[in-house]
Design a protein around this ligand. Structure first.
Ligand code: NDP
Length: 274
């Protein structure tokens, strides 16, 4: 039986662009009350106005998911105003893609883990009690194909997205008896502002070269709304990444060799060459 999304309170992190913004538009069209969270409040305000002009209901909550105190405040604000959160879409995230030794220890490593993984966990932990009391709720966690396959340049990003997958699977098993559904969504490349934040070359050229495989942000958003309507464990997008993931797990040595020969040996050079 599909869940109706009408009048459901949907908290979306990373709602200022990409999947989060497009999902907000689509949830609002379904009659949901969307709560838009991110750091760029000007973007959220413009999106909320657009949704309201279209007859929807949208509210803005400023939130840096790397700040525990802000997460606490944001959850309290939503619960005080709406009494409940029916659907939590944990979507905020970014990737700094580079050789590990070139990544900045704070801006690229600590912050990436704080936003993509720790913040997602902390926010979920604070939303959970109200869902458990009501014995209802849906949590959709944004991972990535990089939550299954860890390519070179993706060391920290893949660590966070593998972490999201582990967290999602364990939490789903913990809260199933409370009527709470926990879903993981695993897109491959998609055209959003993600590529603006990946850092310096060589990640930019890799990203550009692989862009022909990209799906649109609207496609991922539409499937996210579909997942909220019919919650399930895992949604890999597009579908053909599922056999790619299977292949990588069946033949990891072959994949290591292929990536080493075609990419790593050609491009990974010491910064201060010996
Ligand atoms: P965008 O860059 O378009 O959107 C990222 C969103 O995350 C923005 O709204 C940004 O808002 C928010 N965000 C970043 N840092 C923070 C922070 N500290 N606190 C709160 N919000 C933050 O990229 P996408 O839409 O592509 O990315 C959305 C999610 O999808 C991410 O988790 C990403 O890892 C994942 N993903 C993306 C893929 C792709 O190829 N595009 C593929 C697979 C997964 P603001 O800066 O205003 O805070």
């Amino acid at each position: 039986m599909p869940q109706s999304l009408k009048d459901k309170v949907v908290l979306i992190t990373g709602a200022s662009s990409g999947f989060g913004a497009d999902a907000a538009r689509l949830f609002a069209k379904e009659g949901s009350i969307v709560v838009l969270a991110a750091r760029r409040v000007d973007r959220l305000t413009a999106l909320a106005e657009e949704i309201r002009a279209d007859g929807g209901q949208a509210f803005v909550v400023p939130l840096d998911v790397a700040e525990l105190s802000q997460i606490d405040e944001a959850v309290q604000t939503v619960l005080d105003n709406f009494g409940q959160i029916d659907i939590l879409f944990n979507n905020a995230g970014f990737g700094r893609l580079d050789w590990l030794e070139r990544l900045d220890p704070v801006a690229d490593i600590e912050t990436q883990i704080a936003v993509n993984l720790t913040g997602l966990i902390q926010l979920t932990r604070l939303v959970l009690p109200s869902m458990m009391n009501r014995r209802a709720g849906t949590i959709i966690n944004m991972s990535s194909v990089a939550g299954w396959i860890a390519p070179p340049l993706y060391s920290i990003y893949a660590a966070t997205k593998h972490g999201v997958r582990g967290f999602t699977d364990a939490l789903r098993r913990e809260v199933a008896p409370f009527g709470i559904k926990v879903c993981g969504i695993y897109p491959g490349g998609a055209t959003t502002e993600f590529g603006h934040h990946t850092g310096s070359a060589p990640s930019k050229s890799v990203f550009k070269a692989a862009a022909f495989l990209n799906v649109t942000s609207e496609f991922v958003a539409r499937r996210t709304v579909g997942l909220a309507r019919h919650p399930r464990r895992t949604l890999i997008l597009p579908w053909w990444y599922a056999p790619v993931i299977w292949f990588e797990r069946a033949f990891p040595g072959l994949v290591d060799w292929f990536l080493e020969v075609t990419f790593v040996k050609r491009f990974h050079k010491p910064d201060h060459g010996e």
